[in-house]
Ligand binder design. Structure first.
Ligand code: HEM
Length: 406
């Protein structure tokens, strides 16, 4: 049972090695809000996206930007802030009013620094979840709690408060679930030392953090309007992979000679669900190949330290096998509570996707009097997947992981 190369002995090691924070998990702790001259030019555009788009000035403002070297962007937090603002500006430049008038070329004055920075951070040159959710927040009162009321986002897209609701609730779900990360080393140590009692207690913590995450998720209905999400925000999060509006992808002028395809921003790029899938031995790779492939691909949109964390978890001893081998009904029950909490999260997520994408898409096609069925594209997520099929598949793999007593 010895796993020498397995670096998970203590939670402090996890926090240091994998850019995971004790309080906010995979989120960036206290993100920076401003960049010094000359990068403040990017910030001023990103701060005013909705107004600039509304006034028809956004593209001209972007085209006026000087080409900046990224060499003076010192430190991880400055670089993450710059990746976020360049991502917001790029989405706004490509989609502009979201009315189908798209740009297929990103001008070199923004494409060059954006791609250089992306290479440095090893993130793709498109707005990712690690930007718009994990690095896009502040506390109003720095000494106050991490609650919706005491928080705000730094950058928004058109669609009023929709950006705030969607980004902040995603972040708060993420943070609620992340409080379970600290027990991961306890779980692996307990498995290695065959300590059932400690394992069971730690699994209880996982289940209750996931239950809490679900409670937070319910708030999405209070803060995000389905029609605004579907008709406005979703457009700005869309990518250029599998998107008929940019079938070849986006040309990053001055960087590559051919257009490149990248998937849009989505919480499928969050590490937190994948982390508990791995920990509990919910093998998404055992589901449909395309779903597993998509989830693997989404890992390449996560910060490299978080990808390494997931990879490292995979090299740990199997919690599931241990629970099964013990044949202890009470331990199995606690393990099942964790899997069940993942099922409930995915059930609720499916309901949300029905209300925020499938139903508005159907209403829209009725309005267009074309057909009763939403068009194929409308039924695709921002990442370009055939969403309901994919999400049901992921849920069914989760359900199958529930352990039945022999
Ligand atoms: C209005 C709210 C939401 C909508 C409309 C929505 C939509 C979607 C869609 C369409 C997908 C399919 C993949 C893609 O096309 O990118 C997806 C996947 C996913 N979403 Fe969401 N989402 C919402 C909120 C959230 C939140 C708050 C979380 C949790 C932080 C979340 C976590 C996930 C995860 C983990 C996946 C990957 C599939 C899985 O592991 O079950 N989503 N979402």
């Amino acid at each position: 049972m010895a796993h020498k190369a397995f670096p998970m002995e203590s939670s402090s090691k996890i926090f240091d090695e994998y850019y995971i924070d004790e309080d906010v998990g995979f989120a960036l702790p206290n993100p920076l809000e401003e960049l010094p001259y000359p990068y403040d030019a990017w910030i001023s555009i990103a701060k005013n996206l909705p107004v600039l788009i509304e006034n028809g000035e956004l593209r001209a403002e972007v085209e006026k930007l000087p080409v900046l070297s990224i060499n003076d962007l010192q430190g991880h937090k400055s670089q993450r802030l710059a990746h976020l603002v360049l991502g917001c500006i790029t989405m706004a430049y490509v989609w502009n009013r979201g009315d189908g008038d798209v740009r297929k070329v990103l001008p070199s004055n923004i494409a060059i620094p954006y791609c250089k920075l992306s290479e440095k951070l090893r993130l793709p040159p498109i707005l990712v979840y690690a930007d718009c959710v994990l690095a896009n927040w502040r506390k109003k009162d720095p000494h106050g709690p991490m609650t919706y009321e005491n928080m705000d986002i730094l950058f928004s897209f058109p669609g009023g408060d929709c950006s705030k609701g969607f980004f902040l609730i995603s972040l708060l779900v993420e943070i609620a679930a992340a409080s379970a990360i600290k027990v991961i080393p306890t779980i692996y140590n307990a498995v290695q030392h065959q300590d059932q009692e400690t394992l069971q207690k730690a699994l209880h913590v996982i289940a209750s953090c996931l239950d809490e995450a679900l409670k937070v998720f319910h708030q999405i209905r209070d803060y995000v309007d389905p029609n605004l999400f579907f008709n406005v925000l979703r457009i700005y999060l869309s990518g250029w992979k599998g998107n008929p509006l940019l079938p070849e992808g986006l040309l990053y002028e001055g960087v590559w000679d051919t257009p490149k395809k990248f998937a849009g921003g989505s919480a499928a790029q969050s590490s937190i669900f994948q982390c508990f899938d791995v920990l509990l031995g919910i093998q998404q790779s055992a589901g449909e190949a395309s779903a597993a492939e998509f989830l693997q691909e989404m890992r390449t949109y996560m910060p490299p330290a978080h990808q390494n964390f997931l990879h490292s978890l995979e090299s740990g001893p199997s919690v599931r096998e241990f629970v099964r081998s013990k044949g202890d009904a009470s331990l199995q029950k606690t393990y099942n509570e964790c899997v069940e909490a993942m099922v409930l999260l995915r059930n609720y997520h499916l309901k949300i996707v029905t209300d925020y994408i499938v139903t508005p898409a159907r209403q829209q096609s009725k309005k267009n009097q074309k057909s009763e069925e939403p068009s194929k594209q409308e039924n695709k997520g921002t990442g370009g997947t055939d969403i309901m099929k994919f999400l049901r598949n992921v849920r069914s793999t989760t359900v199958k992981a529930l352990m039945v007593e022999d």
